[in-house]
Ligand binder design. Structure first.
Ligand SMILES: Cc1cc2nc3c(=O)[nH]c(=O)nc-3n(C[C@H](O)[C@H](O)[C@H](O)COP(=O)(O)OP(=O)(O)OC[C@H]3O[C@@H](n4cnc5c(N)ncnc54)[C@H](O)[C@@H]3O)c2cc1C
Length: 366
C-alpha cells in the first residue's frame, strides 16, 4: 500500500476529497491531517460577520467528507515536515510517514514584525479564534459604541471593516471603525478605479480610511503609528497580509523569498517531487500570483489529476493562473464592488452574483 498524506483541509483538499469520494484510489491509504473538522469558507466570512449568513451556511464538514472519501481523518496540526525522512510531525508528537504528501494549509496572518501585533491584536486567522473574538466584541457593543481599528486595507481588511461596521450599526450601537493602510489608498493590488470606488464606498458606509499610516506598535487598548501618534481602540483587528507556516523553513523543501513552498506548474515542490503544495501555502515558481482563494479553488482539479497520475504513472497537467482574477468585494450591506484587470463595477446585483457563486461552491460539499 502506498501512503498519501494530505496536510490541511483548504479549498484544494476539500475538492480533492470530493474527487476521491467519486472515485476511490486503490492500493493507497489516504490520511488527512487538519486541526478543524469544519472548514470555514473565507469568501463568505465577511457575510457571516455582517449577519447575512449562519455558520452552517459558510462551513464545509471536512470530517464527513473524509469519511465519504475513505480517507482517515487525524484531527491535529502539523508542526514539522522532514523532506529527507518523508515524514510529518504533529502537535501531539506523532510522526506520520508518507510516499506522497500534499500541503494545502493556507497562510498565517502576517504580523509584519510589529511589536505587540501578535499578542494584542485580533488576528483574522485561525477563523475559529477570530469568530470567538468577534462574539466577545459583539457582546461588549451591546452596551456602548466601540472604537475598532482594522490594520491592513487589502480586500479582506476592507470587507471585514465594512462588515463589522454594518453589523454593529444594524444592532443599534454604530461603532467608530478606522481602517489603516500603509499605502496612499486601500486595495493596493487593484486598479486605481477600484481604489477610488472603495474610498467613496468606505466614506459612505462611515468607515474612516486612514492612508499612508503604518502601524508600528500595538498595546492593549492602543495602536501607535510610525509617526508616534498613539490612539485608543477597544479592539485592533489585524489583516495585514499572508505569512507562511514557520516550520516550512526547516522542512528541507525549496521555498520562495518569503518562506512559502516553491512549486512548479504541476504543483510539485521544485526540490521534492513527492510533495505537492497548493493554495496560499505554495508559490508558483514561474508565474507567482496573489495569495487568494480563487487560485486555491482553481488549482484543485490539477492537484487531484496530478496526485492520481503520480500514483498510477500517468501524465501530469499544468496549472496556468489567470492573468486577472475577478474579485468581488462586499461592503457590509448587500452590495458589492467587482474588479477585474482595469475595470470595476458595483451594485446590489453584484452582491447577488457573489452570493450565488459562493453558495454554489459550498453546496458542492453538502
Ligand atoms: C476575511 C477574508 C476574506 C477573504 N475573501 C476572499 C475572497 O472573497 N476571495 C478570495 O479569493 N480570497 C479571499 N480571501 C483569501 C483566502 O482566504 C485565502 O487565500 C484562501 O483561504 C487560501 O486557501 P487555502 O486553500 O490555501 O487555505 P485555507 O482555506 O486557509 O485552508 C487552510 C486549512 O489548513 C488548516 N491548517 C492550518 N494550519 C495547519 C497545520 N499546521 N496543520 C494542518 N492543517 C492546518 C486550516 O485549519 C484550514 O482548514 C479572504 C481572506 C480573508 C481573511
Amino acid at each position: 500500500m502506498k501512503r498519501l498524506l494530505l496536510v490541511g483541509g483548504g479549498h484544494a483538499h476539500a475538492a480533492l476529497l470530493l474527487d476521491l469520494a467519486a472515485s476511490k484510489l486503490t492500493g493507497v491509504t489516504v490520511m488527512l491531517v487538519t486541526p478543524d473538522t469544519h472548514q470555514t469558507y473565507s469568501g463568505m466570512l465577511p457575510g457571516l460577520i455582517a449577519g447575512h449568513y449562519s455558520r452552517d451556511d459558510i462551513q464545509i464538514d471536512v470530517a464527513s467528507l473524509a469519511q465519504r472519501s475513505g480517507v482517515e481523518l487525524v484531527v491535529d496540526r502539523a508542526v514539522a515536515l522532514d523532506a529527507a525522512r518523508r515524514c510529518v510531525t504533529l502537535g501531539s508528537g506523532r510522526e506520520i510517514g508518507y510516499d506522497l504528501a500534499s500541503l494545502n494549509l493556507g497562510s498565517l496572518p502576517n504580523n509584519c514584525g510589529v511589536p505587540g501585533a501578535k499578542e494584542c491584536a485580533i488576528a483574522v486567522k485561525p477563523f475559529e479564534e477570530f469568530l470567538a473574538a468577534w462574539e466577545r466584541l459583539r457582546a461588549k457593543a451591546a452596551n456602548r459604541s466601540l472604537q475598532i481599528a482594522v490594520v491592513g486595507a487589502g480586500a479582506a481588511g476592507v470587507e471585514l471593516a465594512l462588515a463589522m461596521r454594518f453589523a454593529l450599526a444594524s444592532s443599534g450601537t454604530p461603532p467608530g471603525v478606522v481602517l489603516f493602510s500603509d499605502k496612499p489608498f486601500a486595495l493596493p493590488d487593484h486598479p486605481p478605479a477600484a481604489q477610488r470606488s472603495i474610498a467613496r464606498l468606505l466614506s459612505m458606509e462611515r468607515v474612516e480610511l486612514r492612508v499612508d499610516t503604518r502601524i508600528a506598535g500595538v498595546e492593549p487598548g492602543f495602536v501607535t503609528g510610525a509617526s508616534g501618534r498613539r490612539e485608543a481602540f477597544d479592539a485592533v483587528v489585524w489583516v495585514a497580509g499572508a505569512a507562511p507556516q514557520p516550520w516550512f523553513r526547516n522542512s528541507g523543501l525549496g521555498l520562495d523569498k518569503d518562506g512559502f513552498i516553491l512549486v512548479d506548474a504541476t504543483l510539485r515542490s521544485v526540490t521534492n517531487p513527492e510533495v505537492f503544495a497548493a493554495g496560499d501555502s505554495a508559490t508558483l515558481d514561474a508565474t507567482p500570483h496573489p495569495k487568494s482563494g480563487v487560485y486555491a479553488i482553481r488549482q484543485a482539479t490539477v492537484l487531484a489529476h496530478n496526485i492520481r497520475s503520480s500514483l498510477s504513472g500517468g501524465r501530469s497537467e499544468r496549472f496556468v493562473p489567470q492573468k486577472d482574477a475577478l474579485a468581488l468585494i462586499s461592503i457590509g450591506r448587500k452590495y458589492c464592488l467587482a474588479t477585474r484587470g482595469q475595470w470595476t463595477l458595483e451594485g446590489e446585483w453584484l452582491w447577488r452574483v457573489k452570493d450565488s457563486i459562493d453558495r454554489r461552491w459550498i453546496r458542492r460539499f453538502h
